[in-house]
Write a protein that binds this ligand. Structure first.
Ligand SMILES: [Zn+2]
Ligand SMILES: [Zn+2]
Length: 104
């Protein structure tokens, strides 16, 4: 399926699934604002999850490697869950129908 001359699929180091080009996000292991330069490609959904759970200070101090990220209990739970989804899975944050349907 891969055309000749094309590098192999980019695999997300967090969930170990292939990343479709449209879902590819570069994550700075040490945030840019903290002087970080090294990036890893992640799924957009995985990337969002990292930043939803951790501040830039925490990332710089404690979670500047993929191994450290994978040791985070809530990220572990997320990875276990997202692995059951298709490679191009992306959750939109949306309000539940219950919340949307309610008129004030
Ligand atoms: Zn990032
Ligand atoms: Zn991923």
């Amino acid at each position: 399926m891969t055309p000749p001359g094309t590098p192999g699929p980019v695999v997300c180091p967090l969930c170990e699934r292939a990343i479709p080009p449209a879902q590819r996000d570069a994550h700075h292991l040490v945030p840019k604002s903290k002087g970080g330069r090294q990036t890893e490609f992640l799924h957009r959904v995985c990337h969002r999850q990292i930043h939803a759970l951790l501040t830039e200070t925490e990332l710089a101090r404690q979670y500047a490697t993929v191994d450290a990220l994978l040791a985070h209990p809530e990220l572990q739970a997320f990875v276990a869950w997202v692995k059951t989804k298709p490679d191009d899975f992306f959750v939109r944050t949306r309000k539940s129908t219950r919340v949307r349907g309610r008129k004030r």
